[in-house]
Design a protein around this ligand. Structure first.
Ligand code: GDP
Length: 471
């Protein structure tokens, strides 16, 4: 071997080492956050998205899938050892197994890594070997984002604002009676603190079930593994004239601060700050069905949630994020399979209008945004029926409560979103123009051919917007 050959072989070895390290180091990672208020559809969305990314026959709107550049997609151990894994397999078998049913909903943060082998695109694409792209999906309750507003307030102010807001709500009366009969300047009694916290959490739960969205602290509804800890054992009490050391009020104040520094801040710093792409799921149809008050309340809660994507408005948040920005945000109205497709554009328009205030105020720091209507799991088929000489565009499905299969007409959404949003804002008690039927469908028995994921509506378009440019 001559000198030249030795030099050549050494440099080739170095190149090979370089390739191996750069592959491990430079495999791109997309961190996709999936959020939305409780029951918005996060669990169903992630499960169906992952199943449809692994089996892509129903994903023509995802370009890299349509043109065959995705060679394969497979689940891998996630990079974060301390975050629970999203229970994909259990959820998928619930939705697509022999007696299909809805999976358990999101209770806390969880994560899943899906990795793709993708053919490079471009002129030289065919010459280069496939590369690996990781998609880390992070599922977390939208309620946790509402807590951002707490970072800026003291316990005194938070308690005053909260007591004022819930004063006339029927769901809060038990708690309010308990709070009134409590001497906040008395010495701390742990059992009493527990009773107050439990009663307040009970109010939040009832309010949430009745359609209110402004239910903070978020961990009271979805405590995750923090249930029962002191940082979650507080409640709003009016400030007494004196607040002696060791008093109930002082301890509540301390715990509120602990909740902020030990629960809220770490979530934003360790999880939220690392998200590149975000989908915010919104059950707009559910709120319309529940009536004007629920729709107005959803609007308020979404405006608050969206401030988290506008770090300029919150100095503490910008410090926690350290210049990191979400690049794309998709706002998706879920459960669109409750409607005939002729109404989907109206649902999207209502969703856009619902979020308009918040979107106008927040410029999302240059993030690209879009809105669409989708169904992560399609449970219905479409049907047009004659009714009193009128053609009605219906959907057919199996109702969750009765198990009966029938065709339903959900009511026509208005073309102009303000026909819903205006009366909601003005505090109307019910819709005047139309009646929107409440329906909850059960997942249908699905026949999935090899290569197919579960049936959906526009999940492929959502995936294209969220990650298509990185594949
Ligand atoms: P999460 O609390 O955000 O995780 O919400 P889930 O994903 O558990 O969804 C809550 C409920 O909404 C489910 O149990 C279903 O009843 C319903 N749902 C969610 N996604 C869909 C969908 O694509 N179509 C229909 N028809 N219902 C859905």
């Amino acid at each position: 071997m001559g000198l030249g050959d030795i030099a050549d072989s050494i440099s080739r070895q170095i190149e090979a080492i370089g390739d191996a390290t750069s592959e491990a180091l430079f495999e791109p990672v997309i961190r996709l956050g999936v959020t939305g208020l409780s029951r918005a559809g996060k669990t169903v969305f992630i499960t169906s998205l992952v199943a449809n990314l692994m089996n892509r026959a129903r994903m023509p709107g995802l370009m890299a899938a349509a043109n065959g550049r995705i060679e394969t997609a497979f689940l891998q151990p996630q990079p974060d050892d301390t975050v629970p894994r999203f229970d994909y397999e259990t959820h998928l078998s619930a939705m697509t197994g022999p007696a299909p049913h809805w999976p358990d909903s999101t209770r806390a943060i969880s994560e899943l890594r899906l990795s793709f082998r993708v053919q490079p695109s471009g002129l030289l694409g065919g010459l280069r070997s496939a590369r690996t792209v990781h998609l880390d999906i992070v599922d977390y309750p939208g309620e946790w984002l509402l807590d951002l507003a707490l970072l800026d307030v003291s316990y005194t102010d938070w308690a005053a604002q909260t007591l004022n807001r819930i004063d006339r709500r029927a769901q809060a009366q038990d708690y309010l009676a308990m709070a009134r009969s409590t001497g906040a300047d008395d010495k701390l009694d742990e059992m009493q603190a527990k009773r107050l916290a439990a009663s307040f959490a009970g109010y939040l739960k009832a309010a949430r079930e009745d359609g209110y969205s402004d239910c903070t602290p978020g961990r009271f509804l979805l405590p995750g593994d923090m249930a029962g800890s002191p940082a979650l054992t507080f409640a709003p009490l009016p400030k007494p004239d004196t607040t002696p050391r060791g008093s109930l009020w002082r301890e509540m104040d301390r715990r509120f601060e602990a909740y902020k520094s030990r629960v809220v801040k770490p979530f934003f710093r360790d999880h939220f700050a690392r998200i590149d792409r975000q989908v915010v799921l919104v059950d707009v149809l559910g709120a319309i069905h529940a009536g004007p008050a629920a729709l107005e309340d959803l609007r308020g809660a979404m405006a608050e949630i969206l401030t988290a994507f506008n770090p300029g408005r919150n100095s503490l948040l910008s410090t926690l994020l350290m210049q990191r920005r979400v690049e794309r945000i998709l706002f998706a109205a879920t459960k669109a399979d409750h409607l005939h497709h002729t109404q989907h554009a109206r649902l999207t328009a209502i969703t856009e209008a619902l979020l308009r205030d918040a979107r106008d105020r927040a410029d999302f720091a240059g993030a690209k945004t879009a809105a669409m209507s989708l169904a992560a799991l399609r449970t219905t088929t479409e049907e047009t029926m004659d009714h009193d000489g009128q053609r009605l565009d219906c959907v057919r499905g199996r109702l969750l409560d009765s198990g009966k299969t029938a065709a339903f007409y959900p009511g026509a959404l208005p073309e102009d979103p303000s026909q819903l949003l205006k009366p909601a804002r003005k505090g109307a008690e019910r819709w005047l123009e139309a009646d929107y039927q409440v329906m909850r469908f059960a997942p249908a028995e699905i026949l999935m051919r090899p290569g197919e994921g579960p049936p959906h509506i526009r999940l492929d378009k959502a995936a294209e917007f969220l990650i298509g440019d990185r594949l």
